[in-house]
Write a new protein. Sequence first.
Length: 390
Amino acid sequence: MQNFVFYNPTKILFGRGTIPSIGAETAAFSRNVLLVYGQESIKKNGLYEIVTSSLKQAKISFVDHGGVQSNPTLSHVRQGIALVKEKNLGAVVAVGGGSVLDSAKAIGAGAVVAHDVWKFFTGKKSVKATLPVMTILTLAAAGSEMNSGMVLTNEETNEKFGFGHRLLYPKTSILDPEVTFTVPANYTAYGAIDAISHVLEFYMTTRDPDTPVQDRLMEGLILNSITSCDRCLKSPCDYNARANLMWTATLALNGLTAAGLGRVGFPMHMIEHSLSALYDVPHGAGLSVVIPGWLRWYSKKNPGRIASLGRHIFPETDKESLSEIDAADKTILFFQNWFQKTKSPTTLTELGIAKKEIPQIAQNSLRLARIWRLKNYSQQRVENILSLCL
């Protein structure tokens, strides 16, 4: 186990009936806020009324900034920053999934600087301060509710970049599983796949061979993502299933899973970000295509690590008669079959992406690879991985 610092200042309010607390939680930071959300779903399901009533009761004025899309855009964030500056707002309240929360973080960071917010994502500027951000989560997936990361798509350059900083943790995040009852089946699955991918990135890219505490934690989170998602798909209003999936997705990327692993990377996300940027595919759908392909490529390099994962969570791979290569193959096949079971795509073809487009996707990924210090991911390597995703 490597030396590490674990820091997570986000306050979590979890469970039924917690959303009306947003007013009191926000009042501790500001009486004038930007309210960020997605499309019209929170107004149709009554969540908007609950949130705004709580804010009004706490004597908090708010300015609406709806319209966040599933791959959040730089232009929408810039509009939010302009609103905050124009109205002299002191905090941001986000109601939605990871895209909404990431947009809120970017607005909070961009509202206190004179330069363009995109400079954070390209590594040209670092965060020195940010407006307080409070969140109400409506989709179990990205983990943004309890981490220091944010992701945006620059529509002008077709670049989808992620950035993290310790000042980007939300102050308070409210997680009520009941609001996820109406999440469609496909996005429930995409969310579970996103959580799995976060854990897989750490599990596969650590160079430390002796991390049993983290390994067992990560294996448990992957298994729980699968079993909880299955329950949610079978019974969308199963409270405990939704609760388990929501908390699993939060824990998958709140800093705890990577603690002690040393340097890790996010190569699967780096590749998928190009799919999202170029083709606007849902993030989880892109990951369900990239994960099996990346694992097949990685298996040629380190089948033992994939086999170890399979043997701890998939009984059919825990047989003495299986070689490491065979166990790794079965593990990869299990993931692919489960993605297919949830009706998530597992090939580029299913996304409508042809083989001839692979060089363009690989080229698009290179700048993010440099920013994320994934120097070993050349154009040829990314093309090789994508060729295993057809």
